[in-house]
Each structure stands twice: as structure tokens, then as C-alpha cells.
Write a protein that binds this ligand. Sequence first.
Ligand code: PAF
Length: 285
Amino acid sequence: MTLESTGSIARVREVTDRARAAGRRVGFVPTMGYLHAGHASLVAAARAHDDLVVVSIFVNPLQFAPGEDLDAYPRDLERDLAVCAEEGADLVFAPPVEEMYPRPPSTTVTVSGVSEPLEGRSRPTHFAGVATVVAKLFAIVGPCRAYFGEKDWQQLRVVQTMAADLSLPVEVVGCPIVREPDGLALSSRNVYLSDEERAQAPVLHRALRHGAELVAGGETDPGRVEAAMAAVIGEAPLATLDYVAAVQADSLTADGPLHGEVRLLGAVRFGRARLIDNVGVTAPA
Ligand code: PAF
């Protein structure tokens, strides 16, 4: 099947309904475009498992607060379509804002708990915007497997929680982070980095890996792990630390000694770029 691109909700429903009626599995990769190898790996994962692969490309205004980079967010639909074709996607849904939001929506999906710490504290309206658009995209695409990158670990947990709470007919699949050779996680926002900032940006991954080594070595005090990670970030003069956290991977909180599946997460600003990243580690029994 050659790649079809549409901006129409009705057309996506028609293609996905027809596929399911024929017994074909639908895979869905929601994105905001400006696709990189991380997105390509999600499309490849869908291609490997599903019969019809749908990619959405929509820079969702609801998840940007006033003063954030909505207008500056990088866009290149032509190149994105080429990436989707290369990875074997079948359908790209790239709607104009009026198709998604013909009027400002009166309905907002909020996911309490996992939305609240970390990114939720730094960007208080962000996850309601994400959950609302993802719920809408799931309603448009219908029953499917949906693929999300683990780089946005908290977003993945928010979407998994929403899908479970609302019994949405979607299996939410997390896929591994794709990194540059020096450890920097791929992100559409990496284009904001100057050469000097880019050279220092891998410090975030280095700090998280250092935290993971401490946990793997038996450190269970989240405060000590966080202080050690913050000290590594402090070695990069252009980095402004937003947060680093050592928490339980599922709940994104730490209300006692770290145990079981632990996630180390961080957000750092380099000039115009706000980078986030995370690393998982199993605490020794
Ligand atoms: O991760 C993203 O690109 C976005 O937050 C998503 C899931 C496509 C919702 O707009």
C-alpha cells in the first residue's frame, strides 16, 4: 500500500474501520511531526506488528502554555511524509487545527496522580493538553495498538493510566529511547541548541546514568541520588537545572527507600531548549 496523507477525521475513520472489518490490526503512532530516528523507530515497531500503520502529525496547541514554543515548534511536513513512506506507514493524519478543534473544546481530560509531579509541576497545564488530544486521537483511530517513546516517560504513564481508567480499546506500547552516539536523547527540540549547548547537552544523560549506577550499587535514598545527579549537571556551565528525580517507575513518586523498578528523570534548560530524559534501573533486592 502506498502512503496516503489526509487531514480529515472522517477519512481516518473510514480507512481504520475498513481495515478492522477485514481482520487487520491497526497500529498508531501519534506525533507532533519534525520526525527523527526516534519517531521512525516507533513507526518501525508498528510496521513489525500491525497490518495498517497510521501516523498522526499535529502540533497540539492545548499542550503548550502561553510563552512556550508553540509558534516556533519546528515543522516540515514534506520531510515527515518521506520518513513515514520510508518506514512503511500506510496513512498519515495531518489535520489542520480547525479539523481537530473547530471551536475551543469544553472537555478536558485530566489524569490525577502521575500527571502531577516533575513535568506537571514545571508545566502545570501540559498533561491535560496531552491527555485531551490523545483521547481524541484514540477516538478517531479506534481500537489499535499505540506506540509512544519512553523519552517522555511521564507522558507514557499518563497515557497508560488514562487508557486503563477509561477502558479505551487501545493497547499503549512504550518503545526504547533512541540516542545520539554521545547519549543525547533524540528530540525535535534539539534543533534549538547552539553548537556550544549541543556539546554540553549529553550531561543530562550522564547525570541520569550516574544516578542509575548508584541505585544499582545499592543506594536507596532518593535525596542522595538526586543530589549526586544535580552535581553532575552542575559541571555543564550552560545548563540550568529544572529538576532531577529518583522515583518509582510506575507512580513517579518516592515515598520511602527506592525499590524494584526505579526511574531517574531530569529536565534541563540550555538557552531556548528545554531537554528532558530518563533512565530506568532495577534496585537490587
Ligand atoms: O509526544 C508527543 O509528540 C505529543 O505529546 C503527542 C503524544 C503526539 C500528543 O500531542
